[in-house]
Design a protein around this ligand. Structure first.
Ligand code: GLU
Length: 492
């Protein structure tokens, strides 16, 4: 069997990381079987249409490194269909749905319903009050063919519903959950075509998955309860059914479904903060799937090789932002300094620390500055909170421990010698930073923490922090000297 999988988002304006994970699992399943991964836009809910949402979603997918083989693509700002089984946007497939709904109407699997919204609401209310499952009572099924034709002809608003048989078990197999059985008594006669002539998700998804030759449906567990209706539709059409895999929810630490209110959940949020897509992908691959060993860091090639639908868990996976940060920090460390510098510059410019022109002119200096923090970042945007130690020589030293350190007896002498050495230096490079402390130790006998700690306070205002020779190189002669002067203000 040719593996053909699909990711079928309804563009809502942002991409939940759960959607990126769905896309990823589809992508991995296709790649490991030499199959095809298709992206279809499900936009039949006209009320939820958001301008630019498709473009935004495709950008997020491209950033997320899960390119599709077929479907809607963004090529130079234009939405284009790639592949032979399109159109890949549901709102462009209305004639297709019309044709297929007729098949169901003709074989009795669907029927017209002219009931008003008010009647349906009342009916549901009544059923609820009686403790029954709210569902349509099939009253319109009693209409004669002539009456239906006339009412349709005069343009009376109507929908088309699925005609589910009474008390019938619908069964299907889910690769993760095993056999699922649902009785039609617990299901409603689902609307398949709405009064605006658009199909509902349930109808369009089945028609499209069949026509696009989808072999495996890998999607979020919220669709599990809808699957029996889809199965019934496959049977009504006499079509071969795909395999199903319903993915567990991504949860917050409190085990509730991950929602926007609890922090970042959109792929766009992570893009904006300077996460590396490789890291986000690596991390979310593991929220809901586990490898056979305890491996935690995966390249995409390794994920393609090791991923398996069978090892997807049934229960929800907790999204742990600290773990994600750990993975991301790992990828930042592994990245080249140039790459992280290029990622950092927009944040520094955005914060007004440097201009775009300075970023080009002083690229090497910015690179040095970034190198001071690179291995300490969880995500690149954090750089703006760190670099301020380089930006202002009038450091305000507030920490009591730092002030006490400056007031040690040997510090005036230390500052004098430090100042002289810096003044006389030809170049403040890394070697200088390493050499100077050895020399001072030799000449003055000041050593260890007594030497390094006050020096750090003088140059950074803090008692802990990045490697001093690097800090000194980035600061350069004038700033170092200015900071020695500044520190004197704190000595009583
Ligand atoms: N359009 C649905 C969604 O946005 C797709 C569900 C499915 O994959 O069948 O989640």
């Amino acid at each position: 069997m040719d593996v053909r999988v699909r990711f079928a988002p309804s563009p809502t304006g942002f991409v939940h990381i759960g959607s990126l994970r769905t896309a990823l699992y589809n992508y991995l399943s296709a790649k490991q079987k030499n199959g095809k991964y298709i992206l279809r836009v499900e936009d039949t809910d006209r009320n939820r249409k958001v301008e630019g949402a498709i473009e935004g979603m495709l950008n997020a997918m491209e950033w997320g490194l899960v390119p599709h083989d077929e479907g809607v693509k963004l090529v130079e700002g234009q939405l284009l269909d790639v592949g032979d089984l399109g159109p890949y946007t549901q709102s462009e497939r209305l004639p297709i749905y019309k044709e297929y709904i007729n098949t169901l109407l003709n074989n009795g699997s669907a029927y017209h319903c002219f009931c008003s919204k008010e009647r349906i609401d009342e009916l549901r209310e009544e059923q609820k009050n009686k403790g029954l499952t709210p569902k349509y009572d099939k009253i319109c099924l009693q209409l004669s063919k002539e009456e239906i034709d006339t009412r349709v002809k005069v343009g009376e608003p109507h929908v088309i519903r699925l005609n589910l048989p009474a008390n019938t078990d619908i069964k299907f197999k889910d690769i993760v959950r095993g056999e699922v059985v649902v009785n039609t008594e617990d299901l409603d006669d689902q609307v398949l075509m709405k009064s605006d002539g658009f199909p509902t998700y349930h109808f369009a998804v089945v028609v499209d998955d069949h026509l696009m030759k989808i072999s495996h449906i890998i999607r979020g567990e919220e669709w599990l309860i809808s699957t029996p209706k889809h199965i019934f539709l496959y049977e009504a059409f006499g079509w071969e059914k795909p395999e199903y895999v319903h993915l567990p929810n991504i949860l917050n630490a409190d085990k509730k479904k991950l929602s926007k209110r609890q922090g970042d959940v959109a792929v766009e949020d992570f893009m904006k903060k300077g996460y590396l897509p490789e890291a986000l992908i690596n991390y979310i691959a593991l929220v809901g799937w586990s490898p056979e060993d305890n491996q935690e860091i995966f390249t995409m090639e390794e994920l393609i090789e090791k991923f398996s639908l069978e090892r997807i868990s049934k229960s929800g996976g907790v999204f742990d932002v600290n773990k994600l940060n750990w993975v991301n920090a790992h990828y930042i460390k592994e990245s080249t300094l140039e790459k992280i510098t290029d990622m950092a510059i927009p944040y520094l410019v955005g914060k007004g620390y440097i201009t775009k022109e300075q970023a080009t002119e002083n690229y090497e200096w910015i690179k040095d500055m970034v190198s001071v923090f690179k291995d300490r970042l969880s995500f690149v945007a954090e750089i703006v909170d760190e670099v301020n130690i380089f930006l202002n020589n009038d450091i305000i030293i507030e920490d009591n421990e730092a002030i006490a350190l400056l007031n040690c007896e040997h510090v005036p002498k230390l500052l004098r010698v430090l100042g002289e050495k810096i003044e006389n230096a030809e170049e403040i490079d890394l070697q200088f930073g390493k050499k100077i402390f050895k020399e001072i130790q030799k000449e003055t006998g000041i050593k260890g923490p007594k030497l390094f700690k006050p020096a750090r306070v003088v140059f950074t205002g803090k008692t802990h922090g990045p490697d001093m020779p690097l800090v000194m190189k980035v600061l350069g002669k004038d700033n170092l000297l200015a900071r020695i002067e500044n520190a004197k203000k704190y000595i009583n």
